[in-house]
Structures are given as C-alpha cells and as structure tokens.
Ligand binder design. Structure first.
Ligand code: PMM
Length: 408
C-alpha cells in the first residue's frame, strides 16, 4: 500500500505508509472552533506538543482566522502570533506547517522550521506566494478558495460545484507551476466550508475519488465545520455545537483515508489518527489508487541474448522477448503534455534491450529482475515485466515459455 507524498516532505513523514494527520493549531482569538483557547503563546506551544504526543504528524500553525466573516489582521500581528510557536515546536522536534496566505509569513515560518506551506487561498490572496514557495522548496497545499472570509458566503454560487472547484484548482496549480513550484510538491484541498454551503461540501466529498484520481495528494479539512453541525442538528433544528462534532469528523477522516486521501486536517488528533488507520485497512484504496496510475505498455522488445543453463545456449544465443507495463509515478504528463513529466518509452525499451544483450545469466527470472531494476531506476513507481524465451530447450512442442514479475 503506497501513499504518494509530496516531494520535499521531511524524510520521517515521507516514510509513512498511511494518510497523515495534521493537527490544527490556531493562534488566534477568534477561530470558529478553538479560537481563543491557544491564543497565548505558551498555551499554543503546549497544545502543539500535546497534539504531537497524541499522534499529529504535522502541527498546522495559523495566526489568522479564516472563519466565515473574519476580518484580516496585519502582517506584523500574524508574524507575532505564528512565528514563535512554529519556532518552539520545530525546536522540540515537532513537524510544523504554516497556515497562511502571506508569502512573508510563509518565508519566515519555513526559516523558523516549518516544513510545508498551507495556503488556503491557493496563491490567490497574494500573487507572490507561489514564487516564494518555489524558492523555499517545501510542499505547497493549494486549497480551493474564492475570496476572503468577509465575503466568502456571497461567493458560494455554483452550477456544477465539483467541475468548477476542480477547474479552479487546476488554474491555481498552473499558476503555481508557472511560478516555479514543482508539480510533485503540490497537495490539493477542496476547501470545505470556504465559499461553500453544506450541499457543496458533501458533493465535493462524494467526488473525492475523482479529485484523487487527478494525481495530486489530497488534504481534507472537514474538522468540526458547520456542515457537520447542521448534519447533526437536534430535533429543533439547532446545529450540533462545535465541541461535539469530533465523532462526525472522525467518520470523515476514515472515509477520506479509505478513498485514498493523503491527509486530514483536524482538531481531535487522537480520534482521526485511529480513523485513518481504520479507513486505510477497510479499503486498501491506496493500492486501488496505484492500480489507476497511468502506465506505459511496451510489448515485444526483442534481441539475441546468451542466457541459459546449457553450454550451447551460452555459445549460440537465442531470441528473448520482453513485455513491460510501466506504472508512472504521476499523471502530470497527461495534463502538461511535457515529456519531462513522464518516462521516455524509447529509453525504457533501450535499457531493457541492453539487459537482454548484456551479461549472460542462467535464468529468465534473473533477466526479468534486471529489466525491472533498470526500469525502476528510470523513476517508475512499479513495473510488470514478462520475459519470453520462445526457443527455450523444452523437449516437447510448445508455443512460448515466460516468467512474469511485478516490482517493487
Ligand atoms: N480550514 C481552515 C483553515 N485552514 N487549511 C486547509 N488546507 N484546509 C482547510 O479545510 C482549512 C485550512 C478553517 O478552519 P479551522 O478553524 O479549523 O482552522
């Protein structure tokens, strides 16, 4: 089961083979769920450490509230709130991300130890953000966003919410890559609750397989949001209070993990940590997702080789034929039309041809293993190799004999 992590993630996190749990740490007086609770610096640091101990893989530090209706704070205030917390947690060995729309905050936070930039505006709030992230070389979460919190309720107008959100995310991805962000370092987030009504959030969650299938790691931020409160409304129609939405959040985390999400951004870290493991075990969809990878198929790469256990095989040689299914690590080339985003099939065929004509071995298993290693070395995520030996010394009539392997 493989999770595709964004490039640039610290090795400790990139080694995880399960969806990541990102703990929410709002160093704000007014965020909708935890606003005010961790506003004092020492409290915020203590809460970050606690979330890490409970299983947060990353603690997402934000100094500016994005709750519906929130008004912006100035740059200095955002820096004053977020930076010391990022710095203290990073020094304590807790991986942190910075939740900001401002490139200046992103830069200072990464310099203080943050390992990822979470930009809820996906680069729309400040055009300098993607270029800054490109320079910083850290993963970049591009969230779907239409405007600042004071006006986002008015922007929740969609004909086809899934189509529009995906198209708008693609535009932000294009802007980010044009500014130098590596496509491999991008994570996308549908931005639940940001210029979205409850029905829009549910439509996006139902469409999660399609979003994941576009090839970018996907982050989901449903935690304690209003659409869960209205789903769980009481008999009088009163929404479930914010502090009693964690079980519903955990359910979203499990389902997101089962669908193949890269990570969940949550307040209740312990619950979601369990939930993502359940979701992953339930479906094994990371493997399904890998099964949907784009592939290059090459059949019939042939050459004379001198492989075999018999002396005459080593002396006279015979034809070996190799078929390949090369699973690509991403689907980028299908969108970018750029050869550098895929593996050149001419190079693949040449390397495999070289294996056939190369150093003799006894077994076609060994030949298949060498061909697989050569293809994996070109950056394939997985390769299926079939080596045929149609003139093998088999003492009865036969059409073909072959060995098929699947690596890694
Ligand atoms: N939601 C909030 C803030 N930052 N970042 C990402 N990537 N995705 C989200 O859904 C998201 C976010 C707002 O809610 P909060 O009060 O939980 O921080």
């Amino acid at each position: 089961m493989t999770i595709r992590h964004p490039a640039g993630l610290p090795t400790g996190l990139a080694a995880l083979d399960r969806p990541l749990v990102m703990g929410v740490l709002n160093v704000t007086p007014d965020s909708f769920s935890d606003g005010g609770q961790h506003f004092a610096r020492e409290q915020a640091i203590a809460h970050g450490l606690r979330m890490h101990a409970l299983g947060a893989d990353i603690v997402d530090v934000g100094g500016e509230s994005t709750r519906p209706g929130a008004v912006r704070i100035d740059l200095d205030e955002e820096l004053r709130r977020a930076l010391p917390v990022v710095e203290a947690l990073s020094q304590a060995g807790v991986p942190t991300s910075i939740d900001t729309m401002r490139p200046q905050v992103a830069r200072a936070a990464v310099q203080a130890g943050a390992c990822l930039v979470n930009d809820v505006s996906g680069g729309l709030a400040d055009q300098a953000m993607p270029g800054t992230v490109a320079e910083l070389g850290v993963p970049y979460v591009i969230m779907h966003w239409r405007g600042h919190s004071d006006r986002m309720a008015d922007l929740a107008n969609y004909g086809d919410v899934v189509g529009e959100v995906v198209a708008e995310l693609e535009q932000r991805i294009a802007a980010a890559t044009a500014a130098g962000v590596a496509p491999e370092s991008i994570v996308v987030d549908p931005g639940l609750g940001f210029a979205k009504q409850a029905e829009h959030n549910w439509a996006l969650l139902r469409a999660l397989p399609a979003l994941i299938a576009r090839g970018y790691p996907v982050l989901i931020g449903a935690s304690r949001k209003r659409f869960l409160g209205s789903l769980l409304a009481d008999a009088d129609g009163q929404p479930r209070p914010v502090d009693r939405r964690d079980a519903a959040t955990d359910a979203v985390s499990a389902l997101a993990a089962a669908t193949g999400a890269w990570g969940v951004r949550v307040h209740d870290v312990a619950g979601s940590r369990d939930a993502v493991l359940v979701g992953q075990a339930w479906q094994g969809t990371a493997a399904d997702h890998a099964d949907r990878a784009d592939r290059i198929v090459i059949t019939g790469v042939r050459a004379i080789g001198y492989h075999g256990v018999f002396e005459f095989e080593r002396r006279e040689g015979q034809e070996f034929v190799i078929d390949l299914i090369v699973h690509l690590p991403s689907r980028f080339a299908a969108t970018t039309d750029d050869l550098s985003d895929t593996i050149d099939y001419g190079v693949v065929a040449q390397r495999v041809h070289d294996v056939i004509t190369g150093e003799p071995v006894d077994l076609i298993e060994t030949l298949a293993e060498r061909a697989a290693a050569a293809v994996l070395a070109l950056g394939a995520a997985r390769v299926e190799v079939t080596v045929h030996k149609p003139q093998a010394p088999i003492p009865v009539p036969f059409d073909d004999v072959a060995v098929r392997i699947d690596r890694p």
